[in-house]
Design a protein around this ligand. Structure first.
Ligand code: SF4
Length: 318
C-alpha cells in the first residue's frame, strides 16, 4: 500500500480486513510502497509521517507484525535491483497498454507520464516476486498489474531458469466501499468523501449527515429505495443485524434519512471503538513502531537477499 497517511473505511473494507483474515492461513508480507508514492507525486516531504500513520492504522486494524513483517520498500535495496532486471523483460508498448496506468493518467490529469510511472507495474512485480509471493490480495483495478507480474516471472524463468512463482490475484469479497458523495464514487482521500478509521464518533456523525441518499426521498415520510442508497450499503456492512428493519422502514416511509444516518454513524463508531483504542496506544508508544519496523525490515531483507542470490546465480552475475 502506498503511504497516504491515515486510512479510511474504504481501506478497511477493501484491504485491511482481508489482510487480517489472510494472516491466519498464509505467510504475509506487508509493504509500505514509499517509492511507488513518488510515481504520481514528487513531493516526498510527507512520506515518513504518512508511512507512520499508515502503520499505526494497520496495527490497530489487527495486522500482527510477529506473523507478517511490515517494512518500507525504500529500506530494502533489492527492490530497485530486481526492478532494473525486470525492466529488460517487458516492452514499453506492453506497459503503455496497461489499463490501470491509463485510468490513473485520466483520474489524476497527468499530461506527461514519467518513465517511473509507466514502469510502476514492473516495480510492483519486483515487490511481489522478491518474496516469491504466490497470492496477491488486490482489488479488481489491480488485477492487470498482477498479470504483468505473471508475465515477467514467466519470461524470467524461461530466459534464465526457474526462480519465481507466477503470482495469482486474490480478490477481496467486499472490494469497494463508495464514498459519502454517491454510490458510484470510490471512497478516497483526494475526493474528500471519507470516514477515517481514526475519526471520533462525533466526527463520524457530522460526516454522515453529508451523505448522499435516495434523491426521491425528499421528506421523511416519502418511501425510499434502499438498494440505490449508500447509507443502506453502510448498514449492510456495519450494522447487519438492523438491515431488515432499515429496509422496511425506508420503503414504507416510517424511517427518515436523518434518523437512518444517525443509526449507521453510531454503528460505524461502535465498530471502530476497539480500533481507536489500539491506535491511541501506538500513538503513545512510538518506540514500539520503531521496533516493529526494524524487525520487519530485517526479516524482509533476509528473504530479499536470498532471492537476489538465486537471481544472480542463474543469470551468471554471481
Ligand atoms: S432512509 Fe436510509 S436507506 Fe432509505 S433513503 Fe434514507 S438514508 Fe437511504
Amino acid at each position: 500500500m502506498r503511504p497516504t497517511g491515515k486510512l479510511h473505511l474504504g481501506h478497511l473494507v477493501g484491504a485491511l480486513e482481508n489482510w487480517v483474515a489472510l494472516q491466519r492461513d498464509y505467510h504475509n508480507y506487508h509493504l509500505i510502497a514509499d517509492y511507488h508514492a513518488l510515481t504520481t507525486n514528487l513531493d516526498s516531504s510527507g512520506i515518513l509521517k504518512n508511512s507512520l500513520d499508515m502503520i499505526i492504522d494497520w496495527l490497530a486494524a489487527g495486522i500482527d507484525p510477529a506473523e507478517s513483517p511490515i517494512f518500507r520498500q525504500s529500506q530494502i535495496k533489492e527492490h530497485t535491483e530486481l526492478h532494473l532486471i525486470f525492466s529488460m523483460l517487458i516492452t514499453a508498448a506492453r506497459l503503455e497498454r496497461n489499463p490501470a496506468v491509463k485510468d490513473q493518467v485520466r483520474d489524476l490529469h497527468i499530461e506527461n507520464v514519467s518513465y517511473g510511472h509507466l514502469g510502476y507495474p514492473v516495480l510492483q512485480a519486483a515487490d511481489i516476486l522478491l518474496y516469491k509471493g504466490d497470492l496477491v490480495p488486490v482489488g479488481e483495478d489491480q488485477v492487470p498489474h498482477v498479470e504483468i507480474s505473471r508475465e515477467i516471472a514467466r519470461r524470467f524463468n524461461t530466459q534464465y531458469g526457474q526462480v519465481f512463482p507466477e503470482p495469482e490475484p486474490k480478490l477481496t469479497k467486499f472490494a469497494r466501499l463508495p464514498g459519502l458523495d454517491g454510490m458510484d464514487k470510490k471512497m478516497s482521500k483526494s475526493a474528500g468523501n471519507t470516514i477515517l478509521l481514526s475519526d471520533p464518533p462525533e466526527t463520524i456523525q457530522a460526516k454522515m449527515r453529508t451523505a448522499v441518499t435516495d434523491p426521491l426521498k425528499v421528506r421523511k415520510n416519502d418511501p425510499g429505495r434502499p438498494d440505490i442508497c449508500l447509507v443502506f450499503m453502510y448498514h449492510q456492512k456495519f450494522n447487519p443485524a438492523a438491515v431488515a428493519d432499515i429496509r422496511t422502514g425506508c420503503m414504507s416511509g416510517a424511517l427518515g434519512c436523518v434518523e437512518c444516518k444517525k443509526r449507521v454513524a453510531s454503528a460505524i463508531a461502535d465498530h471502530l471503538a476497539p480500533f481507536r483504542e489500539k491506535r491511541a496506544h501506538f500513538e503513545a508508544h512510538p518506540g514500539e513502531i520503531r521496533d516493529i519496523l526494524e524487525d520487519g525490515e530485517r526479516r524482509a531483507r533476509t528473504r530479499a537477499q536470498a532471492t537476489m542470490s538465486e537471481v544472480r546465480k542463474v543469470m551468471n552475475l554471481g
